[in-house]
Design a protein around this ligand. Structure first.
Ligand code: ADP
Length: 281
C-alpha cells in the first residue's frame, strides 16, 4: 500500500495530494482492521477446542479419576478437538505463506488433468464413505498450465472435499476440464481457446444467493455448527481464492437451491502466447 501511495504522489499536486493520501490511509486502516478481526477470529476458533480439551483433562484428573470407563469415552472427543486445532493451525499457516508469495508468479509447469486424477484418488475413500463417486471428464489433449503442482493440488482438494462434505450422500461429484467459452473478468481479454475451465459440480441443498459473494472470506461459514461437524475450518475457500489469484486465474461460484453448486476455476493454459503478458499484468 505504501508503494501505491508513493507512486501516486509525485504526479499529484496541492489539494489532490492530500485527498489521495487520505483515501489511501482509509484503505490502510481498513486493512489493519481486517487483520485485527482476523487475529480475533483465529483466537476464538482456537480457544473453543482448547477449552474442551483442558476441561476433559481436568475431569480425568479430578472427578473421573477412578472411573475406568471415562478415559475410553473422553479420548475420542479429545482427539477430535486436537485434530480440529491441528487443521486450523495448518490452514492459518498455509494462508500466511500464500499471502507472502501471492505476488510472485509461479514458474513451474503443472498438468491440471494429472492433478485432478490424483486428487480424485486421494479423496476416493472419503467419497465412498458417503456413497459418492467422483466422475472426471476431460476433452483436451493438453491441460498444462504455468503453476505449482502442490498449490493446484491444494485448490482442488479443498473444492472436491467441500463437494463431498456438503453434497448429498449417494450423489456424484462431476469434475470437468474444458476450454472456457466465456472466461470472466480480466481473462475475457484473452483468446477463448486459451483459458482452462475446471468445474466441480455437486448435488446438495445449494447455497442461497446472498452468501455467494462472501464464501471466500476468511472464517465465513453459512452454518458454523455444520461446517465444524464436517471438519471445516472456514479457511478452505479463502486459501483457494489466493492460490488461484497467484496463478492469474479466477473462480466463479454458481448455485441453485435444492439442486447443487458449481465451483469453476479458470486458469490460463500453458499454450497461451499471451501468458507472459498476463503474468505481468
Ligand atoms: P469450511 O472449512 O467451513 O468448509 P470453506 O472456506 O471451505 O470452509 O467454505 C466456507 C463455507 O462455504 C462453508 O462453511 C460452507 O458453508 C460453504 N460451502 C463451501 N463449499 C460448499 C459447497 N460445495 N456446497 C455448499 N456450501 C459450501
Amino acid at each position: 500500500h505504501f508503494d501505491v501511495l508513493t507512486a501516486r504522489l509525485p504526479a499529484a499536486t496541492g489539494d489532490r495530494n492530500f485527498v489521495l493520501s487520505f483515501s489511501d490511509l482509509t484503505e490502510l486502516r481498513k486493512l489493519e482492521q481486517m487483520r485485527a478481526d482476523f487475529a480475533t477470529d483465529a483466537g476464538h476458533e482456537l480457544r473453543t477446542p482448547l477449552s474442551v480439551l483442558l476441561g476433559f483433562i481436568e475431569t480425568l484428573e479430578g472427578p473421573a479419576k477412578d472411573d475406568p470407563d471415562a478415559l475410553g469415552q473422553f479420548l475420542p472427543v479429545m482427539r477430535d478437538q486436537g485434530l480440529r486445532m491441528q487443521h486450523l493451525i495448518e490452514d492459518l499457516l498455509s494462508l500466511a505463506r500464500i499471502e507472502l508469495n501471492e505476488h510472485t508468479p509461479p514458474s513451474d509447469d503443472c498438468d491440471v488433468g494429472k492433478v485432478i486424477d490424483k486428487v480424485a484418488q486421494t479423496l476416493l475413500m472419503k467419497a465412498e464413505a458417503k456413497g459418492m463417486e467422483i466422475k472426471i471428464s476431460c476433452n483436451l489433449d493438453n491441460t498444462d498450465i504455468v503453476g505449482e503442482e502442490k498449490e493446484m493440488t491444494q485448490v482442488f482438494v479443498n473444492l472436491v472435499e467441500n463437494a463431498i462434505k456438503y453434497g448429498h450422500a449417494k450423489t456424484n461429484i462431476e469434475v470437468s476440464i474444458t476450454l472456457a467459452k466465456n472466461p470472466p473478468g480480466a481473462l475475457a481479454r484473452f483468446r477463448h481457446d486459451r483459458i482452462l475451465a475446471v468445474a466441480i459440480r455437486d448435488h446438495s441443498d445449494g447455497i442461497a444467493r446472498e452468501h455467494l459473494p462472501r464464501l471466500t472470506e476468511r472464517f465465513y461459514r453459512i452454518d458454523t455448527a455444520r461446517s465444524r461437524a464436517v471438519g471445516g475450518t472456514g479457511l478452505g475457500l479463502a486459501i483457494v481464492k489466493h492460490l488461484v489469484q497467484r496463478h492469474r486465474g479466477t473462480m466463479v461460484i454458481e448455485s441453485e437451491q435444492g439442486v447443487g453448486s458449481v465451483f469453476t476455476v479458470y486458469l490460463p493454459a500453458k499454450a497461451n502466447d499471451n501468458i507472459r503478458t498476463l503474468h505481468r499484468a
